[in-house]
Design a protein around this ligand. Sequence first.
Ligand code: ATP
Ligand code: MG
Length: 260
Amino acid sequence: MNRIIAIANQKGGVGKTTTAINLAASLALADQSVLLVDTDPQANLTSGIGLKGQSTPAGTIYQALTADEPPDLEPYLLATGVGGLTLLPADRNLTGAEVEMVSLPNREQRLRPLLSRLRARFDYIFIDTPPSLGLLTINGLAAADRVLIPVQCEFYALEGLSQLLQTIELVQGSLNPGLTIEGLLLTMADYRTNLTHEVISEVRNFFKDRIFQTVISRSVRLGEAPSHGKPIVLYDSQSTGAKQYDELSLEILNHVPHLV
Ligand code: ATP
Ligand code: MG
């Protein structure tokens, strides 16, 4: 099943981590078994799901990625406060991994074998990537079946997207021919502003059928939830953000990304 999904955009603060946490939590609450993989040295995913500073006796993704032989990931996994949702945590050590991995064998393919072995255990695996196109993001793209690209509804929304698409093509051409684009997700929409309407129509003109129907609005509750270590569905289940990430989870479950 094509269910390893990387969430990527080298632009910072576009909603990658927020989408990883909330999409994964919605799927877990729909009885899916879900793994979240934090590949960002900022470790916002790890803290946002309520496990800030936590690691396993084996360590974090840092030790797993830099081990001599690809290890079994089981000892690196942490249960989260959401049933069915498991985390492969990151911490600051990962900052060094980007440099260390340069001189390691298979530097672009270190994550892939680790996650491949977990395919049978999880229905979905989401990889949250850092805001760069460095080795950590490349490892995420090389390990994934599909990539979901959050795009923030702001003036420079499309800036950098061509570079990201080029990188995806490069990965498809060499490391991971099976990689497909799941879709672009418009985030932080504020329909009171003309800018949001303009960006949405521009992105739709450009990417047509590759955009999720669900658009995530800008909402205070979504911004607050990570400081409580909770996904939005547990922090405020009636909020707009909770409903929108639920809708997105249905699109993923039904795998109908090609609708505008
Ligand atoms: P980075 O590139 O640094 O990893 P990111 O792309 O993962 O960032 P997030 O961390 O998900 O982006 O979001 C950036 C900030 O915006 C966070 O403080 C987050 O809580 C907030 N945020 C994300 N989505 C929304 C939203 N829909 N409404 C309001 N705030 C949001
Ligand atoms: Mg992030």
